[in-house]
Design a protein around this ligand. Structure first.
Ligand code: MG
Length: 361
């Protein structure tokens, strides 16, 4: 009897447990169903909220305003993109033009800073005035007279000797000194130049204007002595047209003491056309021959000058010749023959307003 009661109890307890499980599952299913229904309700409410919100904006702005707003936003975005492209392209072009402009500016600046000629070098006699003036013929006569009267040379030998010394030593004076004649340089110059008919030379306003319109350094380079050069420039009205003067006294001692020149292979007197004279002149006057144009009436002076690096102009000639760069029948033809001298000008160089000639002696 006891055993039967225990079995019935156990069965009852199992049935109770089963009922509990069934109740839990059902509760979970109900809860889940309720949750899904809640989610659906929330989604429905959100949709309704958005609908109502749209209605409110339409009510406030109206359909036209909304359409314009949309168009503006679209257009603005499109324009911005196109604008970026345009700006990028413009920046690239601007950079390219800047580079070209910079290169051009640098080239121009270089050209301006470095003109072809920084100096013009001028002989005096038969260059700044024509051979036809008669000055040179009278000068030759005076030299012959000096050789006869002062040095006692045979009158019959003097003309030929005068020419041969000139050819061999650059000037007759240099030749006389080189072959042993001893005389005072000042006395020689005074005799030869002192009696010259300077009245044959007149003011030359044409040449003066040409020289003054050239804003580049101008230097005299003559074998003659200082007094003669000054007299010629004065007679021509060109005293204030040159920045510097290289003459006999510049290259040679005035007291006849030429110990410094004893090593010269050709002459005790330093003069054109010998390279030694050019080299000394370049050092004294700080001349760069590569940047200098030299005007002279003597072919041999010019040919030697060319060897030193100078650019050359043969004055008094109608045609060029070997070893010379240019030819002018007259110094007055400078501008027609060499227009680049007026074009190749450094803007910030101004003509020297010196009122007196600066002579290097
Ligand atoms: Mg001359």
């Amino acid at each position: 009897m006891v055993i039967q009661l225990s079995e019935e109890k156990a069965q009852a307890e199992a049935e109770i447990e089963m009922l509990k499980k069934n109740i839990s599952v059902r509760s979970a299913e109900v809860a889940n169903k309720q949750h899904l229904e809640g989610v659906k309700k929330i989604a429905k409410l959100d949709a309704e909220r958005r609908r109502l919100s749209g209605l409110v904006w339409k009510k406030l702005l109206g359909p036209t305003a909304l359409a314009q707003m949309k168009l503006d936003l679209t257009t603005q975005t499109y324009d911005d993109l196109e604008g970026v492209k345009k700006i990028t392209k413009l920046n690239a072009e601007r950079q390219r033009l800047r580079g070209l402009n910079k290169m051009e500016h640098e080239d121009s600046y270089k050209r301006v800073l470095e003109p072809k000629y920084k100096c013009l070098l001028f002989d005096v006699d038969d260059t700044l005035y024509p051979l036809s003036s008669g000055i040179s013929a009278q000068c030759t006569k005076n030299i012959i007279d000096y050789m006869i009267e002062k040095l006692g040379i045979d009158e019959t030998k003097v003309p030929e000797m005068c020419i041969s010394l000139y050819k061999e030593y650059g000037t007759t004076m240099a030749g006389l000194r080189a072959i042993g004649y001893d005389f005072d340089y000042d006395d020689y110059h005074s005799f030869v130049h002192g009696k010259l008919p300077y009245e044959l030379l007149n003011h030359d306003p044409v040449l003066r204007n040409l020289l003054r319109s050239l804003p580049v350094r101008k230097v005299i380079f003559s074998n003659a002595n200082e007094a003669h050069v000054a007299k010629v420039l004065s007679r021509l009205g060109l005293e204030d047209c040159f920045d510097d003067i290289i003459c006999f006294e510049t290259l040679n001692s005035t007291n006849n003491d030429n110990k410094s020149n004893v090593e010269s292979p050709r002459s005790l007197i330093v003069c054109k056309p010998f390279e030694e004279a050019y080299e000394q002149a370049f050092k004294i006057a700080n001349i760069n021959p590569q940047k200098t144009l030299f005007f002279d009436d003597s072919v041999r002076n010019l040919q030697t000058a060319k060897l030193t690096g100078l650019h050359t102009v043969w004055v008094g000639a109608s045609h060029r010749t070997k070893g010379i760069d240019n030819a002018l029948e007259s110094i007055h033809n400078m501008k027609e023959a060499l227009p680049e001298l007026w074009e190749d000008v450094k803007p910030d160089i101004r003509y020297s307003e010196k009122t007196a000639i600066e002579v290097r002696v």
